[in-house]
Design a protein around this ligand. Structure first.
Ligand code: 8DG
Length: 138
């Protein structure tokens, strides 16, 4: 089974986390599900370089991301592929971006994250976020 390596950003503003809704997709188990912005790492890229490129491409968001912002990784097997996803916790001063590839988005308090229908791989990450005190989140 193919393994894809993905990076994802947990963007935090004013105590809330940005949740993005995927559009229609080839695989129904991820179509229309919520996720954290990001995408596949390309050959020759570091994880943080990949994440900066993905946020620029899919949201017009220019951020400097450092390895120190690494949060946690997830290893999940979907019916058709395995995903290894590395997440980064990133405070943002200005919450503006362009919705280019996603269907919709919302900013939620950590405690409210479980209200959404997440991509199945994301649940360990969502659980972790709901159970922790994030610096900068009151
Ligand atoms: N960015 C992101 N991807 C996630 C999350 N959870 C999760 O299962 N994924 C999966 C969905 C996709 O299979 C893969 C991300 O790659 P992608 O966004 O470039 O994939 P895609 O299928 O939309 O794009 P593509 O193959 O057309 O290039 O990881 C998440 O929280 N954020």
């Amino acid at each position: 089974m193919k393994t894809i390596e993905v990076v994802a950003a947990i963007l935090v503003h004013d105590g809330k986390i940005l949740c993005m809704q995927r559009d229609a997709a080839k695989y129904d188990y991820i179509a229309y599900k919520y996720e954290f912005p990001g995408g596949k790492i390309e050959r020759g890229e570091t994880r943080s370089q990949a994440l900066m490129r993905e946020l620029r491409e899919e949201m017009d968001l220019q951020l400097n991301i450092a390895e120190e912002q690494y949060f946690m990784s997830i290893d999940h097997t979907y019916p058709d592929f395995r995903i290894v996803m590395h997440s980064y916790l990133i405070p943002v001063e200005t919450p503006t971006f362009t919705l280019k590839e996603h269907l919709s988005f919302c900013w939620l308090q950590p405690a409210a994250l479980s209200q959404l229908d997440w991509a199945p791989a994301d649940y360990p990450l969502v659980d972790q976020l709901m159970n922790m005190l994030i610096p900068g989140i009151s």
